[in-house]
Design a protein. Structure first.
Lengths: 247, 374
């Protein structure tokens, strides 16, 4: 039996009489790349924020890295990395300063930080940009850097909320190479995306529609079950019934 | 502690990278302390006076030249009739009309009394009442001198009125200059701006940009994040306060009569209170515009009701109560007492207690209000 790092049971988040997340249940296994799909407004980000300890659920049960989402948010936070939809490194700090800061607040030792930083800069090929303000980097580089910073403290799980939005195809490919590398290193990856080619890269995916999880399986099985030739088609079949959208 | 050090390092890097903020830190104390106290003066001068002299006697001439030489009045016209003079007031060219009736000299000599007419434009209440009372004082002085003349010529006149002559001695501010009242207040205002507003805008900015999310999702403790924000601004506040004291000394020669240590003790705790206030604003606001707006709202009240320009004691009861609920009121009082009067800790310990209470309440409220998990 594989180790479950995220266990989710009937998890619900209600705003007034609006069910942003409606009784979702799923498990995520260690080292897996789990795709969390859904149309805009389906409730992906809300669910993810609960799992990251940023928001309280209304009902249901969930644990992340073995910690309860109601009571042990701070313990969850020690064990996860998070990359939000909004770019959130400090634009007026340099590449090197951002790495140092985010490593530092997760309790990584200074000597360890400089070692890992040298290594990271080399892998990203950012040697010339080390002392540049992050705000001056092109978007693709920013996203790669943000991901690297999110896993810098070697968390057990990393949550990525639409990490490749607005990024060119080549950079997206490189980004996914980094994701695989992280997963191979034992980090569980929980990722939302709107790109269906990216969905194919995931070990398993769930598709959310109007706050519920309507499908959950490997990409191959999903395509088989919905007798579709691509993930695009699967998604379309499920999501066209959606009543909610962003606006 | 290690984590706090990372937070402080980051904060200082960002502050010192922002050239505008750094420039403002040095500009604010110098400009505000040099320009404002010189420009603002509650002493009323240059009151425009229109005179109607219908007597044209040597007495009326004496009175007019006495008024003219007082230095407070600016003669704008001499009119033959009151009606003409009033036109100047209507056109906003004169503030006061002094009417000397016909027979002024004759009545003074014969009957020992005479009325003059004084009409004051009361739109600017302060100017009107002060202008009126200046003129009253000058006329009283004029008549007193007349009586002395009278006495000299008729020494048998024992029935002349006796006066209670009041002599003033102005303490702590010998020339009764407004700037001595204002300067300590502006020092306090500076600390309030830096501690209360700069800090709140800084935190709200992190909300706006989204970086606070990255902080909230990390295992940083609440107190670490808050101290990481408060300490840099506390240090900046103390630097600006020091700069302000230097400007006071260089420009106005104001050196604190009381202990500098006591001033710094208060500044230190006052800063904690206003930093708590700034933090509170930042937890309430979602973006910098909201924070600015809130900050401005309170800044107006602080400046106008904190006893910066007008004395709190002369406010109506309800206003005085509000005023006492603001930390700034207490700190202004302390700075004035310590700097100008040389008061010691015993004289201001009640204010110290107030400031501590404000610090605890504001910070406690802000910390309670700040949520890492919503």
């Amino acid at each position: 039996m594989e180790e479950k790092v995220i266990i989710c049971n009937d998890l619900t988040k209600q705003f007034g009489d609006f069910y942003a997340v409606n009784k979702i249940s799923f498990d995520v296994y260690k080292g897996e790349v789990f795709g969390f799909l859904g149309a805009n407004g389906a409730g992906k980000t809300t669910a993810m924020r609960i799992l990251c300890g940023l928001s309280y659920p209304t009902s249901g049960k969930a644990s992340v890295a073995g910690f309860d989402v109601y009571k042990q948010q701070e313990s969850i936070k020690k064990n996860i990395g998070y990359m939000s939809q909004k770019f959130s490194l400090y634009e007026n700090l340099t590449v090197s300063e951002n790495i140092e800061f985010f490593g530092g607040i997760y309790g990584v030792e200074r000597s360890e930080i400089s070692m890992r930083r040298t290594d990271l800069i080399e892998r990203l090929g950012l040697e010339k940009e080390v002392n540049k303000m992050v705000g001056e980097l092109p978007l693709g580089w920013k996203q790669k850097l943000a991901f690297s910073v999110a896993i810098f403290h070697q968390p057990r799980i990393v949550f990525l909320d639409e990490p490749t939005g607005g990024v060119d195809p080549v950079t997206r490919r490189q980004f996914w190479d980094m994701i695989y590398e992280a997963a191979a290193g034992g980090i569980t990856v929980f990722v939302t995306t709107h790109y269906m080619d990216e969905a194919e890269y995931c070990n398993r995916i769930s598709i959310m529609v109007d706050g519920r999880i309507e499908a959950l399986d490997t990409p191959e099985n999903l395509k088989k079950n919905y007798s579709a030739s691509s993930m695009d088609e699967v998604f379309y079949q499920l999501a066209r019934g959606a009543k909610r959208s962003d606006n | 502690m290690k984590i706090l050090r990372f937070l402080l390092q980051k904060e200082f890097r960002q502050i010192f990278r922002d050239k505008t903020i750094i420039a403002m830190m040095f500009m604010m104390p110098t400009v505000q302390l040099i320009i404002l106290p010189l420009a603002m003066d509650l002493e009323v001068k240059n009151i425009s006076l229109s005179i109607v002299d219908r007597d044209h006697s040597s007495y009326s001439q004496q009175l007019i030249s006495k008024v003219g030489s007082s230095g407070y009045f600016k003669m704008v016209s001499m009119e033959p009739s009151y009606k003409e003079a009033l036109k100047y007031v209507e056109r906003d060219e004169a503030d006061v009309v002094l009417e000397i009736p016909a027979g002024f000299e004759r009545n003074l000599i014969r009957e020992g009394k005479q009325k003059v007419g004084l009409s004051v434009d009361a739109i600017d209440g302060t100017k009107a009442s002060i202008g009126g009372s200046y003129l009253n004082a000058i006329i009283a002085d004029f008549t007193a001198n007349l009586e002395i003349n009278n006495k000299a010529t008729t020494p048998t006149n024992y029935t002349s009125k006796s006066f209670i002559d009041v002599t003033y001695s102005t303490w702590f501010n010998p020339l009764a200059q407004f700037k001595y009242y204002l300067v300590p207040g502006i020092l306090v205002l500076l600390l309030t701006m830096i501690g209360g507003f700069l800090s709140s805008l800084n935190i709200v900015r992190e909300k706006e940009v989204g970086t606070i999310e990255q902080i909230n999702v990390s295992p940083i403790k609440k107190w670490q994040f808050i101290l990481g924000k408060l300490i840099p601004f506390w240090i900046m506040g103390i630097i600006v306060f020091t700069l302000g004291l230097v400007v006071c000394w260089l420009i106005y020669g104001i050196v604190s009569e009381g202990s500098l240590l006591l001033l710094y003790l208060f500044a230190a705790f006052y800063l904690i209170a206003v930093l708590g206030f700034g933090l509170l604003i930042s937890t309430i606001s979602d973006n910098q515009i909201q924070a600015m707006f809130l900050a401005f709202f309170f800044m107006m009240i602080f400046t106008l009701m904190g006893g910066l320009f007008t004395s709190v004691e002369s406010m109506p009861d309800w206003a005085r109560n509000i005023s006492n609920l603001m930390p700034i009121t207490h700190f202004i009082r302390v700075v004035r007492m310590v700097m100008l009067k040389g008061s010691g800790f015993a004289d201001v310990q009640l204010e110290f207690f107030y400031i501590i209470v404000f610090g605890v309440i504001l910070n406690g409220w802000a910390i309670w209000n700040y949520r890492k998990t919503a």
